[in-house]
Design a protein around this ligand. Structure first.
Ligand SMILES: Cc1cc2nc3c(=O)[nH]c(=O)nc-3n(C[C@H](O)[C@H](O)[C@H](O)COP(=O)(O)OP(=O)(O)OC[C@H]3O[C@@H](n4cnc5c(N)ncnc54)[C@H](O)[C@@H]3O)c2cc1C
Length: 385
């Protein structure tokens, strides 16, 4: 099963992404027909459990799926996997009714979900968010301004993180259908990279949803659980982009001569590419290892509670930080290899560098994640490796 899905994803990436870099790098509308063809190939939301009609592919195999997609285009990969953040939360902490209403159609319709957490003033201090979900009869009424949310405009539903006295922790994760009156897309951000993806500023004005659309559990902890899956796959994007940089460097070096010989025969070039290959191997190994830990917890009968107990996994934080930093080194070495051409829009390396940058920023910059590793895994002596 996994080999079949990975082969089909690789074929999709080769036919739809690899040779369309200029188009995918344009700031046109999000290329929804492209994403529809991914669904028609039977691949959309591939990670959803078999009970929901998905392929049931685990996160460990999803690492190779995302590596293939991001070899083709990181923005397309991000668009196609980031729903995993919301679906993980709904799958683990949503009622059977929410599963039937929101998760099942994602297979039949190839639809998206978006997570709406970040706010301008709160920044990474999510405990300071000001969006509210206030009880009114049998409903929750949501009000607030959110800063970034990928796929929000064309998603079927949003998982909104909001302050709520209904939740004992003070924060709830609430499922909001995209077509709820009062959900407004303020603008689409113009990003430096990942330009085939679409991230929006969103506001909520008196959005009314049934109170049973709140997920079980403390909202910020539930978000942390979902972030385990998406951070591992964001880290994996670096593997795919790095593989593409390596191949692009090899193609260039086969045609570029230095001292009357191809650059590929030069010892300095060989050392750089040897180093790159080692880094790619370690990044992939860390992503698969973190994903294996996630899959192992998910397979337990008490997965939802065990995830709440563990919160953010050290392996997932390590994958995201290591791949963000190492991917950035690879992008830097790669761009230098092309000389002046590497600083122009004429060569594809510029896009790869811009795409790589997001790995160390989205879902927690390195300063934030280092702080998290310190407080969760260094201060408590029992958690140290
Ligand atoms: C392409 C893209 C897609 C996105 N998609 C989504 C989405 O779908 N849903 C969503 O909710 N959000 C989304 N985001 C938001 C993204 O996750 C945040 O922008 C990111 O986590 C960084 O947080 P921040 O912008 O609040 O900046 P901050 O984390 O507040 O950082 C600002 C500055 O403060 C510093 N800082 C912050 N905390 C610490 C600390 N503890 N110690 C030291 N320094 C610190 C940082 O280093 C930085 O210099 C997206 C962003 C982008 C760019």
């Amino acid at each position: 099963m996994s080999v079949d899905v990975i082969d089909r994803v690789r074929a999709f990436a080769r036919t739809e992404l690899v040779d369309r870099q200029a188009y995918l790098d344009s700031f046109a509308d999000a290329p929804l027909p492209l994403y529809r063809r991914f669904h028609e190939a039977g691949l959309a939301n591939w990670w959803l459990p078999a009970e929901e009609g998905g392929t049931g592919l685990g996160l460990e195999d999803s690492v190779d799926v995302v590596s293939e997609l991001s070899y083709g285009d990181a923005g397309a990969a991000f668009t196609l996997f980031i729903s995993v953040l919301g679906t993980s939360m709904v799958s683990l902490y949503g009622s059977a009714g929410l599963h039937a209403r929101y998760l099942k159609p994602m297979i039949d319709g190839g639809t998206f979900c978006a997570t709406v957490g970040s706010e301008q003033a709160a920044g990474s201090e999510l405990a300071k968010i000001t969006t509210t979900a206030v009880r009114s009869g049998d409903d929750l009424v949501i009000n607030g301004d959110k800063y970034f949310s990928t796929n929000a405009d064309f998603a079927d539903f949003l998982v909104v993180i909001a302050r709520s006295t209904d939740n004992p922790s003070g924060v709830a994760a609430v499922v909001v259908p995209r077509d709820t009156p009062g959900v407004r897309i303020v603008k689409r951000w113009e990003m430096n990279g990942l330009r085939s993806s679409a991230t929006y500023q969103v506001s909520f004005e008196n959005c009314r949803v049934p109170a049973d659309h709140a997920l079980r559990g403390p909202g910020l902890r539930v978000l942390e659980v979902g972030l385990n899956a998406s951070r591992i796959l964001i880290a994996t994007t670096a593997v795919g982009v790095a593989r593409r940089i390596r191949d692009h460097c090899m193609d260039y070096a086969n045609t570029k001569t230095l001292r009357d010989a191809p650059l590929t025969g030069n010892a300095v070039f060989a050392a750089k590419l040897g180093q790159m290959e080692m880094q790619i191997e370690v990044m992939r190994t860390q992503c698969r290892s973190a994903a294996r830990e996630f899959d192992a917890i998910l397979s337990r009968p008490d997965a939802a509670d065990e995830f709440l107990r563990r919160g953010t996994l050290k392996s997932a934080l390590a994958a995201k930080m290591f791949c963000g930093q190492t991917g950035w080194q690879i992008a830097s070495v790669g761009s230098e290899l092309f000389g002046g051409l590497g600083y122009t829009h004429d060569d594809a390396i510029g896009k790869l560098v811009r795409d790589m940058r997001y790995v160390a920023i989205v879902e927690g910059g390195d300063d934030v994640l280092r702080d998290l590793v310190f407080s969760r895994y260094v201060v408590p002596v029992s958690k140290r490796t």
